[in-house]
Design a protein around this ligand. Structure first.
Ligand SMILES: NC(=O)c1ccc[n+]([C@@H]2O[C@H](COP(=O)([O-])OP(=O)(O)OC[C@H]3O[C@@H](n4cnc5c(N)ncnc54)[C@H](O)[C@@H]3O)[C@@H](O)[C@H]2O)c1
Length: 252
């Protein structure tokens, strides 16, 4: 389904991003895994190369999505490694939490989460769309990742929830502006998914969270990955500016 397509996945060195990489690789995409953890990015590359013998070239790169220069280096590396071709699929999966009650939250931890989750998504999407337009490419798809927390207003996550609500608002506008270039921009909104980012949640809190989920379990990274792959694929060619919730039926 993704033959001859280059897919850039930020945060592809772990969790949901790694699951997407695996799914897209099975559908013949060239995967560019860009992560702050180069070890994580390398591991994802090795994983997909060991599981999928498609013969296409994959790349693992170090990036800090909160830094424009760092992101620019990623887009340059894509051009250099793929004969001046550009990525036409983008998944903004890089994300962090710095949880604290609002009255105790430091300015640094507020800024850091906004810089990675919201500004990082903005800058990667901007560079991706600029490159596609400059190179007269159409049929692009961007998937951004928000969170049910933005709607639920989880305690201790004012910075994270604000960043994810911002990602949704950014996506709506980007979808409107990019539609004339046939670049679609959508959001996947996960619930509680079993990845390293939620492994600091105490078991008692986790049990409470799970009891509120109609499907009565945490989601798997692959289950979010499949929803992302759908929004990247031609199967969703008439869908843009939308939010797809993947949360086991959580009522928001
Ligand atoms: N797991 C969940 O329950 C859940 C729920 C809702 C939303 N999300 C969102 O899904 C996305 C993926 O999260 P995950 O669960 O796979 O977590 P994860 O921690 O497994 O993966 C996040 C990845 O982002 C990378 N990263 C962090 N800061 C970065 C930076 N500045 N530049 C580049 N890479 C950076 C990390 O190294 C890591 O590999 C995040 O945006 C997260 O907020 C996750």
């Amino acid at each position: 389904m993704f033959a001859n397509r280059i897919a850039l996945i930020t945060g592809g060195g772990s969790g949901i991003g790694r699951a997407v990489a695996n799914i897209l690789a099975k559908e013949s995409a060239s995967i560019v895994i860009a992560d702050q953890s180069i070890n994580g990015a390398n591991e994802t590359k090795q994983l997909i190369e060991s599981q999928v013998k498609s013969g296409v070239k994959h790349l693992s790169l170090e990036v800090d999505v909160s830094q424009m220069d760092s992101l620019k280096r990623v887009f340059k590396a894509i051009n250099e490694n793929y004969d001046n071709r550009v990525a036409t699929l983008l998944v903004n999966c890089a994300g962090i939490t710095r949880d604290q009650m609002m009255t105790k939250l430091s300015e640094q931890d507020f800024d850091k989460v906004i810089a990675v989750n919201l500004k990082g998504t903005f800058m990667a999407t901007q560079l991706f769309c600029q490159q596609m337009i400059e190179n007269k490419q159409t049929d692009g798809s961007v998937v951004n990742v928000s969170s049910v927390s933005a709607k639920l207003g989880n305690i201790g996550q004012s910075n994270y929830n604000a960043s994810k609500a911002g990602v949704e608002a950014l996506t709506r506008t980007a979808a409107q502006e990019m539609a004339k270039f046939n670049i679609r921009v959508n959001v996947v909104m996960p619930g509680f998914i079993n990845t390293p980012i939620v492994q600091t949640i105490p078991q008692k809190v986790l049990d409470q969270l799970i009891s509120n989920i109609p499907l009565r379990r945490q989601g798997k990274p692959e289950e979010v990955g499949e929803a992302i792959a759908f929004l990247l694929s031609p199967k969703s060619s008439y869908i843009t500016g939308t939010i797809l919730q993947v949360s086991g039926g959580l009522a928001l």
